[in-house]
Write a protein of this length. Structure first.
Length: 330
């Protein structure tokens, strides 16, 4: 019997299993006949790191990710995590929405076993495809005892980031994921893995949230010059239960859009203020915004604030005080 750790790989699609027409095609490629099994076969030495089992969850470009796939993926991991013979998980995923999937899993999974998302910025046919090494490193991290209890991780290009903090920063470069002000959790150098810090925000086994069956509509509206609130009104008319306003600076709101947000809040719609800026935290702003029940997004960018609000609303958290608590703790 193998003494190697057992890692379950769940595939969702993405560039890591995509193909181009030539070795120099780095954009405009698509998912074709390349599979996760082909990817596994392309990684020398993988069988010396862990015993592997693989199962598909989806096979899509992650720009088309859906909450239904999130639920399917989360339930698959949750069920497999009860198996004592499985030591960790690797999810192969497109990079476009990897940060969103990672944060959703961070909020809803109830396991301290390592869950590592990885992918690629270059297709499998490219001259210097990054998928095979990213996969090898992700398996190494998932098999590493130090990764246990660290929450959901994103692992690409020799860096380990928290699923809460990781954001994609470059459309094409292999070094695309960053953690903004919060830094990497760890680094990979060959076979050596070193964790440098641990996430403090609530996650996984310390999270109060269960996997939602239905997701309430939450829209992201970005502030801009000449913003007139029309898109906010459209979101309300479409049945939004929450609005993330990606505002200026400290989540500031255009004067011509403020009335639409006030009206939405008056109808019981949760309003969260986030920022177009790249780092830092959104905190309390004008007194009238707090009085209206607007919630600062804290250190979360708009796309992650949306997920937290959706998950909180789906788990029955609706009052302003409770939503303020949630955004402070997660």
């Amino acid at each position: 019997m193998s003494t190697l750790p057992h890692i379950a790989i769940l595939s969702t699609g993405g560039t890591i299993v995509s193909s181009g027409a030539s070795p120099t095609q780095m954009t405009g490629y698509s998912i074709s006949s390349f599979s996760v099994e082909d990817l596994l076969a392309s990684v020398p030495g993988l069988d010396g790191v862990a015993s592997i089992s693989a199962q598909p969850v989806s096979n899509i470009d992650s720009m088309s990710m859906t909450s239904a796939i999130w639920v399917k993926l989360a339930k698959a991991i949750q069920a497999l995590s009860a198996n004592p013979q499985i030591d960790g998980f690797v999810i192969t995923h497109g990079t476009d929405t990897m940060e969103e999937t990672a944060y959703f899993l961070q909020l809803t999974l109830k396991t301290d076993k390592p869950v590592v998302l990885t992918g690629a910025m270059r297709p499998s046919t490219a001259i210097s495809a990054d998928g095979p090494l990213n996969l090898l490193n992700a398996v190494r991290v998932a098999a590493c005892p130090a990764a246990r209890g660290q929450g959901v991780l994103v692992c690409l290009n020799d860096r380990i980031l928290s699923g809460r903090d990781a954001v994609k920063t470059d459309p094409c470069n292999a070094q695309t994921f960053d953690a903004r002000d919060w830094g990497v959790l760890g680094l990979i150098a060959g076979e050596r893995i070193r964790f440098l810090r641990a996430p403090l925000a609530r996650h996984t086994v310390r999270s109060e949230f269960s996997i939602p069956e239905k997701f309430p509509r939450v829209d992201i509206i970005t502030g801009h010059a000449d913003d007139d609130g029309i898109l906010i009104e459209a979101a309300v008319a479409a049945g939004a239960r929450g609005i993330i306003y990606q505002g200026f600076g400290n989540g500031s709101i255009h004067g011509n859009a403020e009335g639409a947000l006030m009206s939405a809040a008056g109808k019981g719609i949760a309003v969260v203020r986030s920022s177009r800026t790249w780092g830092g935290m959104v905190v309390e702003g004008l007194a009238k915004w707090q009085a209206a029940g607007f919630i600062p997004a804290g250190a979360l960018p708009a796309q992650k604030a949306r997920i937290l609000l959706q998950v909180a609303l789906a788990n029955g958290i609706q009052s302003t005080d409770e939503l303020l608590r949630v955004f402070a703790e997660y």
